[in-house]
Design a protein around this ligand. Structure first.
Ligand code: HEM
Length: 204
């Protein structure tokens, strides 16, 4: 199998935050000095949540960036989307295992009673079918339906940004920046599809 150096570099960059986090958890577990602050569980939730949202926004940014740079078929969108799922899974596992210790009645109560958690859960649940259908042979089988399903990424990111905004305790600057990036990307998307429709009308 031939290794694509660019793809390899992308994977290395994308796993660095997770490796750093696992290293810090290992230090914490061994009572060594670590960077997870006095509240490691909260730190891990915030860290993994932040990386999930960054990868979601990056996934949405790839097509507009490709159009701007006149690249015809943008690459790595699927891989970056899968990293959003990976960090989202770490975020949810941390909540479920370390924070709530599999206390399902309490977890369910939290999901249904706290709107912020409801939005997070909706975003994460919708990411699951996108991750599962990102396997190459499923993409081929689904054909045009794959693109339709993967448009969910916009709604997922909207829910994720709402969750992020509602979850921060004091400074809302970062969630507001996330929301601004999201609106900018949605604006570019609307503009691009408007341009495409106009071009199609001209060709009739
Ligand atoms: C795609 C899905 C999700 C994304 C993008 C996401 C993202 C985030 C972000 C960015 C934060 C704030 C981090 C900060 O303050 O720096 C956060 C906090 C939090 N999230 Fe999520 N989240 C998602 C799903 C979930 C789910 C499914 C749960 C649990 C069922 C959850 C539980 C929490 C909790 C409890 C916090 C607050 C942690 C604290 O005490 O500071 N999130 N999330």
């Amino acid at each position: 199998m031939k290794i694509n150096p660019r793809r390899l570099l992308l994977h290395i960059v994308c796993v660095i935050p997770a490796l750093w986090l696992f290293w810090q958890i290992w230090l914490w577990y061994n009572f060594a000095s670590h960077e997870l602050t006095a509240n490691p569980i909260e730190y891990i939730t915030d860290f993994t949540g932040d990386w999930t949202i960054r990868f979601l926004l990056l996934t949405l940014a790839i097509t507009p960036l490709a159009r701007l740079t006149k690249i015809k078929s943008p690459k790595y969108r699927r891989a970056i989307g899968l990293y959003a799922f990976f960090y989202g899974l770490l975020h949810f596992l941390n909540y479920m295992v370390l924070d709530y210790f599999f206390d399902w009645p309490l977890i369910l109560e939290d999901i249904f009673k706290r709107p912020a958690i409801t939005f997070g859960m909706l975003a994460f649940t919708m990411l699951i079918p996108l991750a599962v259908t990102s396997i190459k042979f499923i993409i081929k089988k689904m054909a045009a339906n794959w693109q339709k399903l993967h448009r969910l990424i916009y709604l997922i990111t909207v829910f994720a940004v709402v969750h992020n905004y509602m979850m921060v305790k004091a400074d809302v600057l970062i969630p507001v920046i996330h929301a601004m990036i999201l609106f900018g990307l949605l604006g570019v998307r609307v503009f691009l599809s408007f341009k495409k429709r106009k071009r199609a009308m001209k060709n009739i």
